[in-house]
Structure formats: C-alpha cells, structure tokens
Design a protein around this ligand. Structure first.
Ligand code: ADP
Ligand code: 5GP
Length: 218
C-alpha cells in the first residue's frame, strides 16, 4: 500500500530572481538536501565563469549549435538574457518526469512563463526570489566577485525588468536571511509534494482502505 503512495508525480520546480538575489545558492542547498532532485542543466552561449564546469553548471555552446537545437525542438524553453542565449534541454526533463522525479530549474521569467504554458504545466511549481533591498542586491553581485563592473551594471539595470514579473509565480520569497529562506523553500516543496494532485496512487489506496473496511467492519 505504501509503495502506491510513494509513486507520486514529479514537480518542475522553477526558481527565478533578479541576478544576485540568491537562486543559485538556494538551488545548490536544495540539491544537497534532496539529491533525488535532478537539476536542469541549461544550455548557454555565454562564456564560462571561473570555476564553472561544462555539463554541470551549464552546457556551454556556440550560437550555431544553440540555434540548431532550438530548430530541432530540443529546448523546453529558451530566451535571450543579458545578450546571450539560454535554454533548458527538453529530453532530460521528460525522462525525469516519466520516472516521477522532480526537476529544478534556474531560469529567468521568460523561461518560467514558457514552461508554465507547456504541455508539462500541471507539474510546475514556480518560486520567485526577491532581494531584501536593491542596495543589498548590488552588494551581493559585487561580493560574488565573478563579474566585471560593467557586467554588474548591466545585471543591475535589468533587475527591475525581472522583478516586475514577480506576480506570475506560485510563491514569492524575500531572501533576507539565507537559512530562513531555505527553510521556507523546503516547506513549500514538502507541502507541494503532498498535494492530492501530485499523488496519483491515492485512488488505489482509498480503494484498498474501502475493501479492508468492508471486510473488517461489515
Ligand atoms: P543568483 O544565482 O540569483 O544570481 P547567487 O546565489 O549567486 O545569486 O548569490 C549572489 C551572492 O549573494 C553570492 O555571493 C551568495 O553567496 C550571496 N547570497 C545569497 N543569498 C544570500 C543571503 N540571504 N544573504 C547574504 N548573501 C547571500
Ligand atoms: P547567469 O549568466 O548569471 O548564469 O544567468 C543569467 C540569467 O539567465 C539568470 O536570470 C538565469 O536564471 C537565466 N537562465 C539561466 N539558464 C536559463 C535557461 O535555461 N533559460 C532561461 N530562460 N533563463 C536562464
């Protein structure tokens, strides 16, 4: 009986935020908390940052290869962000969902919107992460120490464009204290996994209870 209940539908967990608000940090923590969550490794035409590993952080590819993949319908969604192309390869997502596994996405609002309108929309759990202030957002981008000042400026000037899409998400978290935000994120995911719509085995479980009820209590 228990196995039927464990057989739940996978979630597509989408994290979006203005650059620097903390979604990569939260995403890393989530995967450590539950290693069964598979991370959707995006394809991008941007250059790797120091320490980024091809195939783990991103699939780094040329613009021609990216466009060919889009033409062949290989992307679940794609967008042009900060002058580069980004996209979520479709095949690994479909494979994970068929096995009832959760998939985590770190995508911008355009990606979130496309996935939420795709044939997999019933699996979507979307969460938007806000910084506690614009000043703190800049401080985080600077302290991350990965981008040149002009890149930071570009990200800051685009931050309001991203923030303005906050109300298209299922949940919004203000990432002030990281530990508190992470606890809230885990609570959201734990509750969403227990939603009746995520538990296709519940009908069989109820039938079993009913059979037992008739046998034992008749
Ligand atoms: P994003 O993926 O949204 O661009 P990151 O996860 O890379 O953002 O976070 C940007 C920087 O801010 C990193 O140096 C990270 O360690 C730091 N950071 C993330 N969350 C917090 C927080 N709640 N308080 C302070 N610093 C944070
Ligand atoms: P970064 O260059 O900082 O890694 O990412 C820049 C922005 O691109 C972030 O807002 C991030 O969420 C977004 N992004 C990363 N991968 C994807 C993707 O596959 N699709 C979309 N639409 N956006 C992505």
């Amino acid at each position: 009986m228990q196995n039927r209940l464990e057989n739940r539908r996978g979630l597509l967990i989408i994290l979006s935020s203005p650059s620097g608000a903390g979604k990569s940090t939260l995403s890393k923590r989530l995967r450590e908390w539950d290693p069964t969550i598979s991370f959707s490794v995006s394809a991008t035409t941007r250059q790797p940052r120091a320490g980024e590993v091809d195939g783990e952080d991103y699939h780094f590819m040329s613009e021609d290869a990216f466009k060919a993949s889009v033409t062949e319908d290989g992307m679940l969604e794609h967008a042009h962000v900060f002058g580069n192309f980004y996209g979520s390869p479709k095949a690994p997502v479909q494979a994970a969902i068929e096995k009832g596994k959760d998939v985590l996405f770190d995508v911008d609002w355009q990606g979130a919107q496309q996935i939420s309108r795709s044939s997999l929309q019933d699996h979507v759990l979307s969460i938007f992460v806000l910084p506690p202030s614009i000043k703190e957002l800049r401080r985080r981008l600077e302290s991350r120490g990965q981008d040149a000042p002009e890149v930071i400026q570009k990200r800051m000037s685009k931050s309001w464009d991203e923030i303005s899409h906050w109300d298209g998400y299922d949940y919004v978290l203000v990432n002030d204290n990281l530990d508190v935000t992470f606890e809230r994120l885990k609570a959201i995911i734990s509750a969403e996994r227990l939603k009746l719509s995520q538990q296709p085995g519940m009908m069989d479980f109820i039938r079993g209870l009913n059979k037992e009820f008739i046998e034992v209590e008749k």
